[in-house]
Design a protein around this ligand. Structure first.
Ligand SMILES: CC(C)(COP(=O)(O)OP(=O)(O)OC[C@H]1O[C@@H](n2cnc3c(N)ncnc32)[C@H](O)[C@@H]1OP(=O)(O)O)[C@@H](O)C(=O)NCCC(=O)NCCS
Length: 176
């Protein structure tokens, strides 16, 4: 199983069906906080929904089209990090992430994204990394900014979350 120690406290593990109950429980505990930014949260109503999502992600992983990983912090499931899309033809990967609220503010995600970029380079020969963040999501934007991504533009009305339209800022990093 794909598993990497990122630093003393954080580990990335390929998301497998065995994690479904814990991943659903983390989603459930953080439903209100995640709903503000992540439209998929409303669709996840039972552990089976999480299991179905994991199986779908694994089928994409097999085809090198995506890679969904769970983040464990001191052994506890803390969140998730993914290449939601891997484009081998164009050597690019689109990164997405979320953490349980209790795990914010410790630098976990910044370190894990840095490590996922290494995975992209070493295993998929990716040269372009992209992160899209809602313009108003300051915590999310701070991650690519900390990691030296460049702001490449704004997609207006990119996403509707509940009744709010969000613009997205596109961040890109080129590693030749
Ligand atoms: C986006 C999200 C993952 C960011 O979480 P985060 O905890 O702010 O990010 P990190 O884990 O990288 O931690 C950074 C924080 O830890 C602090 N920190 C401590 N040690 C650190 C270290 N070694 N390296 C970097 N930051 C460190 C930073 O100062 C920062 O805190 P601050 O914002 O109070 O200054 C989280 O807010 C989240 O899941 N939000 C809901 C879902 C979401 O918006 N997903 C993104 C959709 S695009």
């Amino acid at each position: 199983m794909f598993s990497r120690q990122v630093n003393e406290s954080s580990r990335l593990c390929l998301t497998v069906p065995q994690f479904a109950d814990d991943l659903f429980a983390l989603t459930q505990r953080n439903r209100e906080y995640l709903q503000a930014w992540l439209p998929w949260v409303d669709k996840v109503k039972t552990p089976q929904d999480t299991r179905d999502f994991i199986i779908e992600q694994l089928s994409k992983f097999v085809l090198s089209e995506a890679l969904h990983a769970c983040i464990f912090y001191d052994g506890l499931l803390a969140g998730a990090l993914a290449y939601n899309c891997i484009d081998l033809q164009n050597r690019s990967g689109h990164i997405g992430y979320w953490l349980g609220q209790d795990f914010q503010g410790k630098g976990i995600m910044t370190e894990c994204v840095k490590d996922l970029i290494r995975v992209g380079q070493d295993y998929y020969q990716l040269e372009r990394f992209e992160i899209r963040c809602a313009a108003k999501n300051a915590r999310s934007r701070a991650i690519p900014e900390r990691l030296g991504f460049e702001m490449e533009g704004t997609i207006r009305r990119a996403e509707k979350v509940h009744d709010h339209w969000y613009d997205h800022i596109v961040y890109g990093k080129l590693v030749a």
